[in-house]
Design a protein around this ligand. Structure first.
Ligand code: CO
Length: 133
């Protein structure tokens, strides 16, 4: 079953500039976190009911670099929804013909939990991350 919104990820060309805008509006933001295995640098913006992840490319072949080439000002990269059981969620999505990116198997995401990404073409143009709660 699909549960809470875990986060909304926004690709940004400059993390410091992006974080300053949220800080100015009173949000609490984290220090920059490097996630080399995911090819991103992240700043977390805490909201009362969820959080935002500001993403900038890190290293070669970052998934965010290609996105920023298409959208140089940045943009919404993905949303992350929590699921109880990732394997059940993959099966349920597949029953409607929704494709899982990569090899179709979960991998460990930025929060040390199993995640998969659903194909944006099957999700009305939105890249959807499913994360086991
Ligand atoms: Co995410």
């Amino acid at each position: 079953m699909i549960g809470k919104l875990n986060h909304v990820a926004i690709a940004v060309p400059d993390l410091t500039v992006a974080a300053a805008r949220y800080t100015a509006m009173g949000a609490s933001v984290s220090a920059t976190v490097d996630l080399p295995e995911h090819g991103v640098q992240v700043i977390f913006v805490e909201l009362t009911n969820t959080h935002l992840e500001l993403l900038a490319p890190l290293g070669e072949n970052s998934p965010v670099a290609a996105f920023l080439e298409r959208y140089p000002e940045g943009g919404m990269h993905h949303i992350c929804l929590e699921v109880e059981d990732i394997h059940t969620a993959i099966e349920q999505a597949g029953a409607e013909g929704t494709r899982v990116l990569g090899n179709g198997q979960p991998r460990v995401g930025a929060h040390e939990k199993p995640v998969v990404f659903l194909h944006p073409k099957d999700m009305n143009g939105v890249l959807v991350e499913l994360q086991q709660a």
